[in-house]
Ligand binder design. Structure first.
Ligand SMILES: [Zn+2]
Ligand SMILES: [Zn+2]
Length: 339
């Protein structure tokens, strides 16, 4: 029987096997689902590394764990990049930019993904421009950040829609437009709620117990974390001392994984002064999930400002928090408040 199965498999034409492997690499739920097939025999190894198969690999197939990072893993991602895999461009770009601190190569890989309309790559490049990551504070390019963010938002990236809303509300990298800014923030919230509706539906109709919607854990809104963010959280979790030794901090939203690339790069919550964020998206998520109950009492946070620490250091350039507006949080949303 074993012999017969083996013969049947060997009689399959290469094109059919490649087609099956394409399906596997585009739907695998972890790298091991795919890699273990490559180890079965020489033929599978050869066909599994066919450019057509690698170009189809989905983000979960490429979701290498930080603790397993090695030269082979790096080589596998490079092979996927060379096969034209956009997701691999983004993942390896982020890893090189933040983890391996190869800023030029990392940004260039992300740019290649961005050119192919990869929304997370466009959003990540926008944050790099907004924060001047990998350079000095004066390297911030607000207009470029806004343009990248707008393209990502157009593709439906919720964090980009939220960031864009704040840019318009604050006149950050673009002419101020409060109405349009508010509209985008409402849209970002609506999209997030819509993303948990299937989970709510499942609970309401499929679980044999009474379910109180008000007790539903809306932390699950953020359930789908991109594998590269998981990678960075794990990577810097293993190297936290090295980072803090250089005076650098992680984004306080625990699912983000972005570290500062220079001191005081991220803005901090001045309600408590204890947390700092790479972006408004991370601030809004963290507020809803954790920080709301950890920050200063309600009387204080209703009117507190969100500082840019570099502003306090009296450095030039950032007009985001300068002027007659301050930033507060209402219903978990960061909003502008006229002074
Ligand atoms: Zn962040
Ligand atoms: Zn706070």
């Amino acid at each position: 029987m074993k012999k017969l199965r083996s013969d049947l498999f060997e009689s399959l034409h290469d094109d059919i096997v490649i087609c099956i492997l394409c399906k596997l690499s585009s739907t695998a739920s972890s790298p091991s689902d795919f890699i273990s097939v490559l180890h079965t025999c020489k033929r599978m190894n050869k066909l599994g590394l066919h450019p057509l198969v690698l170009s189809k690999s989905c983000s979960e197939t490429l979701a290498i764990r930080a603790k397993n990072w090695c030269e082979e893993a790096h080589r596998f991602l490079k092979l996927c990049v060379n096969s034209g895999n956009t997701e691999a461009n983004y993942i390896l770009g982020m890893i090189r930019f933040y983890c391996l601190q190869n800023r030029t190569s990392g940004a260039s890989l992300m740019a290649k993904a961005a050119v192919r309309s990869h929304a997370p790559a466009l959003y990540s490049l926008a944050l790099i421009q907004f924060n001047g990551s990998g350079g000095l504070k004066n390297d911030k390019d607000l207009r470029a950040g806004f343009a990248l963010c707008a393209r990502s938002a157009f593709l439906g990236h919720v964090n980009a829609i939220r960031e864009l809303g704040h840019c318009l509300q604050d006149g950050y990298g673009v002419r101020k437009n409060l109405t349009e800014g508010r509209r985008l923030l409402v849209q970002a919230n609506a999209r997030e709620v819509a993303s948990v509706l299937p989970i709510l539906e499942n609970k309401l109709f499929n679980e044999n117990k009474l379910f109180n919607v008000y007790e539903f854990n809306f932390n699950r809104i953020n359930e789908h974390i991109h594998p590269v963010n998981r990678f960075m959280v794990e990577w810097f979790g293993l190297r936290e001392k090295g980072l803090s030794g250089q005076g650098l901090r992680m984004c306080s939203y625990k699912e983000c994984g972005r570290p500062e690339t220079r001191r005081n790069e991220f803005r901090r919550c001045s309600g408590c002064g204890k947390v700092n964020y790479c972006s408004r998206g991370c601030q809004a998520h963290d507020w809803r999930v954790h920080h709301k109950v950890e920050c200063a009492p309600i009387e204080v946070w209703m009117g507190h400002t969100v500082d840019d620490v570099e502003e306090e250091d009296n450095m030039n350039g950032d007009d985001r928090f300068v002027g007659d507006r301050t930033v507060g949080i209402v219903d978990g949303e960061v909003v502008g408040i006229d002074m």
